[in-house]
Design a protein around this ligand. Structure first.
Ligand SMILES: [Zn+2]
Length: 314
């Protein structure tokens, strides 16, 4: 990880942050994390004050917290998926309506799954999990579907857009682990060897038309219905009960910290509006501008995994 060599910090547990840098150093991380200025010690102190004063902290995370785990975000300048590729996210309506689109989606998802599911939490995820254990965190809301907060042990957690680690039957509503489906797909496609085609560095998958057309799409074991990852695709809406639940957690909170989100998507931004109505202090940690910079009392353009472990949650 890139960090100014002129600055030295001690983490809350007393270990030098240099050790942390060694843990996180890998090329894929450099590839997906936007460039940022060196940590500003004054800003670190300001965030520390913000966290110390907070007794019921709500944290909302977005794709920016996972780039240091090697998962690209969508919107970051130069390194986000929108900047680097012409890839469009799948639309919910297309997925539901079109068998060929589902076939292509599941074929690519099958090939990409071993890499996607292998991503691990980074020090930012671990820091937030630690804050929860120490009673600092009132609630954690994530817009991510990568399950990295769960892998880090967070429990006071709402996955606003669901999780790629679960599969939903659109007919009977049964939810099953994605890993189980991987084995079923292998059995359904014994001669299908697209994995040999390999993956791009960001986990994207290239498949020929022939490969896609020979791919057998699994259906629900219980009712034969259509299967979809248990995530909110573009063009779909978040379950209203889940939205109301998060609104209540925001209203109970005394401060809000945004981590790694540009807040461009309304499903997350609406909670900022609720926080503003409640006049909660808002701090934002995100590399690059966000939709709510003008509402924040503190804005930090730093890497989540470098900054959050420096904060003492007591
Ligand atoms: Zn079913």
């Amino acid at each position: 990880m890139r960090m100014s060599s002129g600055l030295t910090f001690k983490s809350t547990k007393g270990s030098w942050i240099r050790n942390l840098r060694r843990q996180c150093s890998c090329r894929s991380v450099e590839f997906f994390v936007p460039s940022s200025p060196p940590l500003d010690p004054e800003k670190v102190k300001e965030l520390q004050r913000f966290i110390t004063l907070s007794k019921k902290l709500l944290v909302m995370t977005g794709a920016g917290i996972s780039t240091e785990s090697g998962i690209p975000d969508y919107r970051s300048e130069k390194v986000g998926l929108y900047a680097r590729t012409d890839r469009k996210p799948i639309q919910h309506g297309d997925f539901v309506r079109s068998a060929p689109i589902r076939q292509r989606y599941w074929a690519r998802n099958f090939v990409g799954w071993p890499q996607f599911s292998s991503h691990q939490p980074n020090p930012a995820h671990w820091a937030l999990s630690n804050w929860e254990k120490l009673g600092k965190l009132h609630w954690l809301v994530t817009q991510n579907v990568d399950a990295l907060h769960t892998k880090a042990g967070s429990q006071r957690l709402t996955e606003l857009h669901g999780s790629m680690h679960r599969v939903l039957c659109l007919n009977c509503g049964e939810k099953t682990p994605r890993g189980v489906l991987q084995e079923r797909i292998k059995l359904l496609n014994p001669t299908w060897n697209a994995e040999a085609q390999g993956l791009a560095p960001d986990g994207d998958v290239f498949l020929s038309e022939e490969q896609v057309q020979s791919f057998q799409v699994p259906s629900c074991v219980r009712c034969g219905g259509l299967l979809k990852p248990d995530v909110v695709f573009f063009g779909d809406t978040v379950n209203p009960d889940k939205v109301n639940f998060v609104h209540r957690r925001v209203k109970e909170a005394d401060s809000l910290l945004v981590v790694g989100s540009s807040l461009q998507v309304y499903s997350g931004y609406r909670f900022i509006l609720t926080a503003r109505e409640k006049k909660l202090p808002i701090a934002i940690l995100n590399i690059g501008p966000t939709r709510s910079d003008d509402l924040a009392c503190l804005k930090l353009n730093s890497r989540c995994g470098e900054l959050l472990p420096l904060i003492d949650p007591h």
